[in-house]
Write a protein that binds this ligand. Sequence first.
Ligand code: MN
Length: 253
Amino acid sequence: MKRRPTILLSNDDGINGRGLRPLLAQLKHIGHVVVVVPDRGKSASSHSITLYKPLRVEEVEKDLFTANGTPSDCVRFGILGLCKGKLDLVVSGINEGANLGDDIVYSGTVAAAMEGALLDVPAFAISLAVDQNKKFDFAAKFAGRLSRELLRKGLPRGVFLNVNIPDVPLSQMRGVEITRMGKRFYGNEVKKITDPRGENYYWIKGDTLSGAADEGTDIGAIQRKKVSLTPLRLDLTAYDAMKTIKDFRLPIR
Ligand code: MN
């Protein structure tokens, strides 16, 4: 019989993130789960890693560790340290809030999965597009099922998955769609505020206004109450733009 797989679970909502426990419970049916999560919320921390301060790690429960770093730190520590050489899958989530379209660039949840792919471990990120329900149980179940598939079939090298689950009752869900990244629109605005001492400070706002619900995009799928599954690639090279750049007049050739 095949050995029991080892799964590394991380997130960016931290140890108290509401999506962590339901996902952990599901993954425990599948294999040995090691959890490494930030000791506090690290949403929108993107793919930063900690280089100039010591990483403190604490085992708060058996196989459940918190670290004073980013999601990427947690995954690096898990893969390179704790589970060195015996890791089969990295799962990141369940994030409380969607990670769609342009969000992916800022997302700590997605960065944790990306770190898995960077270190050659199959990985996916899963987010609940929270609305009124805030129910993580179906998302957790979906993650369990997807984990089994990934453990069986793997992914092409350098590819990982970004999953978003609509926050609607199961009876209203309209299936699974394989999607591409859509385009989000934000109410981006820099607000200048004067503090009580007369000094200025700035508040950079990025309220989500809407997204282009185009057919085939992650944003569109969620708006149509479908589970969105987007394969992402580490290689960000814009191959089609290489020709354009070739025509630039640059000081040396
Ligand atoms: Mn988050």
